[in-house]
Design a protein around this ligand. Structure first.
Ligand code: WTA
Length: 633
């Protein structure tokens, strides 16, 4: 059976059974029939979760860009691969056919080579959502360099941390970026970051905003100066299945960000296969995912997944509110978008503006809607369904993580029905289970447990760059022999999964993962601050927002002043996305007798659940709880 396309329930049931009972045969079949391999694998999967050793399609040889571009150039050279919608409405859109994409990627690859980049080198990409971002990512993959894309909203310090962690030697950036009505000078941020890096650094600058920039002649290169003189073809470098394709940083609950490492072959097979099925992509569809390529969603479902399937994928440089809140819907009509994939936080922000911004748009091209990044509340789901999908488009609520590389739990249009607020069923090959705190499996319905996965899938991350121990400890130690997701979930009577949210110290704000520890570290650098604890609280649009409980070193400072100083520090150390919404000064933080801050209590207070604080008698300083409640915001 060629089970690449699942298009009815019977088909899914059969394929799911095979994918879990005989995963080797299942994935062997998918991989052999749907991709181009230079050499076939010697084994489909080899794994040991205790050591976090996972290998798929071992000893095979391939290049992912050959699968994403060259093979489509042979079959359909003039099909549009990438559509680009600029931030500014008066600027003309651009499009690249598969054949043009090949040339652009090859030229960029040759530019990288001319700067000395070779297989295995790390290249940091710090760019706005412009076509050169896609070309840069794919150019790295073409020559086997490992890309590390850093979202261009991160601060210079956050960028420096990421450059240093993976020891990248080239940063690709632009003079500036357009974001809504604003222009940001990105090159300036890179200059600042590189002050904290070694002297092996080079910078490649894409011209986007015609911004004034400083040029360090020994270090900085203008793309325009080099690209005109390079060849327009570049041979794809043969990669081993397990050669790293990229590093992407995600927040951890402690310390510095984790550089999740993804492999070449497994990542390709899984992202491509999930894209095809979950979005039911058909030949003339125009697919649009609104994420930024700085996040995993953009990697897997703007670039690699769609391109591997020969799809037309749309990249949007701007924001949903510019020039006004109808921008998304105007774009849907302009390009006749068939699949629209976005985040719950965007839906809530748009819903808040009312239907006036929606109603003058046709939207009849839409066939499938999607969400990702955080649990979607029922109200937002209904608004999306009624106003955007006109109650006729299935909504795929796709649950997954930077670490998983691709979607693990989701409905499938026409195959697995959607259900508001439920991610629904595991994708083929995915074996989820819910565990209680003792590690016992929860078999009952409607009981929340910790979501784990018991068998590897091809696109699971292989390690944390430079720190395999941390990889084992974070994901494979909580429950022996299982991958622990860090999320809570329950199952309804029909086996549909609903994700309830993080069960660790990661808070998802507007769909962005933020660890509390790095934010607290940033705040604690303030000279007047003794201690801080950050927790999340429910927020209408962002899903969660950040609440900081702060104790000062003796002196008194105005609340407003301290809040703005804290947020300035956070913007500098991490980026504006991690700013606090609420700051409460307190004389102390609730602590256990061993001195650990009891964030559980602070979470309840921040969420105004004053009656469910639980037992506080074991605290070292129970008296502080009343004070915190009385002054809570
Ligand atoms: C959350 C994003 C509920 C979850 C692809 C996960 C979701 C974290 C959903 C990963 C969803 C993602 N429903 N929660 N459909 N999708 N999450 O690494 O807590 O940025 O662990 O990957 O987002 O975020 P990340």
């Amino acid at each position: 059976m060629n089970n690449y396309i699942i298009n009815n329930k019977a088909n899914y049931d059969l394929a799911y059974a095979e994918s879990t009972e005989n995963p080797v045969k299942f994935w062997d079949d998918i991989a052999s029939k749907n991709f181009v391999w230079e050499k076939k694998w010697s084994s489909v999967v080899n794994w040991n979760f205790d050591k976090a050793k996972i290998k798929w399609f071992e000893n095979s040889k391939l290049n992912i860009t050959f699968n994403c571009i060259d093979r489509h150039v042979k079959e359909n050279p003039d099909k549009i691969a990438i559509l680009f919608e600029p931030n500014n409405v008066n600027e003309k859109e651009k499009s690249y056919t598969y054949s043009e994409l090949l040339t652009e990627v090859c030229k960029m690859a040759n530019v990288l080579k001319s700067l000395g980049i070779k297989k295995g080198d790390r290249v940091c990409i710090y760019l706005p959502m412009i076509p050169e971002l896609a070309f840069s990512v794919l150019a790295c993959a073409r020559i086997g360099a490992i890309h590390s894309v850093v979202f261009a909203g991160f601060s210079s310090e956050a960028l420096a941390t990421r450059i240093n962690d993976c020891d990248s030697t080239l940063t690709i950036t632009s003079d500036g970026s357009f974001r809504g009505p604003k222009t940001l000078n990105l090159k300036c941020i890179v200059d600042d970051a590189l002050l904290k890096c070694n002297d092996k650094q080079k910078v490649l600058v894409v011209n986007r905003t015609q911004e004034e920039i400083n040029i360090d002649k020994n270090r900085d290169f203008l793309l325009d100066d080099i690209i005109s003189s390079v060849e327009d073809y570049c041979n794809p470098v043969l990669m081993d299945a397990e050669d790293p394709l990229f590093i992407l940083y995600t927040s951890g609950s402690t310390g510095k960000p984790k550089g999740m490492v993804h492999s070449t072959a497994g990542y390709m097979v899984y992202t491509s296969y999930t894209f095809k099925n979950i979005f039911q992509y058909k030949e003339n569809d125009v697919y649009w995912c609104t994420a930024d390529i700085g996040w995993i969603t953009g990697h897997s479902y703007i670039l690699y997944g769609p391109l591997c399937n020969g799809a037309t994928t749309l990249m949007f440089e701007g924001v949903p509110s510019y020039p006004d809140y109808s921008r998304f819907w105007k774009i849907v009509d302009k390009y006749k978008v068939s699949q629209f994939y976005t985040a719950p936080t965007a839906i809530r922000a748009l819903a808040k503006q009312g239907v006036n911004f929606v109603k003058d748009n046709d939207l009849s091209s839409l066939r499938i809607l999607g969400t990702v990044g955080e649990p979607i509340n029922e109200e937002a789901w209904n608004w999306y369904n009624e106003n955007i999908g006109k109650s006729k488009c299935p909504i795929v609520d796709t649950w997954w993580q930077t670490e998983t590389g691709g979607i693990l739990i989701s409905s499938i249009p026409g195959v697995i029905p959607d259900k508001a607020t439920f991610a629904t069923k595991p994708f083929l090959g995915i074996q989820p289970l819910l565990l209680d705190d003792n590690g016992d499996e929860i078999k009952e319905n409607n009981k929340v447990g910790k979501l784990c996965i018991k068998f590897p899938w091809p696109s699971i991350a292989r390690t944390i760059w430079g720190n395999h121990e941390r990889y084992i400890n974070t994901y494979f130690s909580a429950f022996k022999g299982k991958y622990f997701t860090g999320d809570g979930a329950f199952r309804d009577e029909n086996g549909n999964y609903r994700i309830t949210g993080r069960v660790d110290d990661v808070i998802i704000v507007s769909g962005h993962n933020l660890g509390t520890a790095p934010i607290e570290d940033a705040i604690n650098e303030h000279e007047n601050i003794a201690e801080s604890a950050i927790v999340g609280f429910p927020h209408d649009i962002k899903g969660n927002a950040l609440y900081g409980f702060i104790t000062l070193k003796g002196m008194s400072l105005g609340n407003k002043k301290i809040k703005s100083e804290i947020n300035e520090l956070i913007s500098k150390k991490i980026g504006p996305i991690a700013k606090l919404d609420k700051v409460q000064l307190t004389s102390g933080l609730p602590k256990t007798r061993s001195g650990k801050i009891m964030r559980r209590i602070l979470r309840k207070i921040a969420s105004k659940e004053f009656n469910s604080l639980g037992d506080i008698s074991t605290l070292l300083n129970p008296e502080v709880v009343d004070e915190i409640i009385n002054n809570s915001l």
